[in-house]
Design a protein around this ligand. Structure first.
Ligand code: SF4
Length: 213
């Protein structure tokens, strides 16, 4: 199957069957999403959603967070993975946000990466979810699912996957395609044992062609 056919089949299927796909993190504004995405690294969205209500209440603005300390923030986030580092990142992020961006979350991927705790993946999530930009964030699910289906071939790094996906997916679909692939990886195309029997992508999936039921 030609790559174009594979992309078309997969994207058409998602559009028909998953018309709504959004982040599972809870947030009310760009600042809160930025915090939630930083906390979600190597951690489940469910766990992050459990602790963010109290965190957002205690630190309602970047100004308040910037005036705090990692030790204080740690007490609110101790149940997520790597709480020490993340507490430092959150306070550092708020400080840079205040000093360089007047407390406003930037929309540019390069500027976002100037914030402590914000790598390329996080920057792409913010750019796409908040600002609807055609930025493709590649996490472990997107990386795995894209390789399995055959949307990427022999991709070795998240950056290679990002470039390949962005080259083939129409711009207007990139923000939602990110969520399609994440949710598919989270609930259907599982890392250890993909649920191929109940997956609608079988006709276009390269992995399924070589691992039939
Ligand atoms: S057919 Fe199987 S391997 Fe392919 S996308 Fe679906 S669950 Fe994943």
């Amino acid at each position: 199957m030609r790559k174009e056919e594979r992309y078309k089949g997969v994207l058409d299927w998602f559009q028909a069957n998953v018309p709504v796909a959004e982040t599972e993190l809870h947030y009310a504004n760009p600042y809160q999403l930025l915090i939630a995405v930083i906390l979600s690294a190597q951690c489940t969205d469910k766990r992050v959603n459990q602790i963010t209500p109290a965190l957002f209440e205690a630190f309602p603005t970047p100004e308040v967070l910037a005036a705090s300390t990692p030790e204080v923030v740690y007490e609110y986030i101790r149940s997520v993975s790597y709480p020490n580092n993340k507490a430092k990142h959150l306070v550092g992020m708020a400080k840079v946000l205040m000093e360089q961006f007047q407390g406003v979350v930037p929309s540019d991927v390069d500027e976002l990466q100037k914030l402590p705790g914000v790598g390329r993946k996080t920057a792409n999530v913010i750019a796409s979810v908040v600002f609807d930009k055609p930025a493709m964030a590649v996490d472990t699910h997107v990386f795995r699912v894209s390789n399995r289906i055959g949307l990427t071939l022999n991709s070795k790094t998240p950056l290679e996957t990002e470039k390949e996906l962005v080259r083939h997916i129409p711009e207007r679909l990139i923000p939602i395609a990110h969520h399609w692939l994440i949710l598919h990886g989270r609930y259907v195309c599982l890392a250890r044992k993909p649920k191929c029997e109940s997956c609608g992508l079988k006709p276009w999936c390269k992995y399924f062609q070589t691992h039939p039921l």
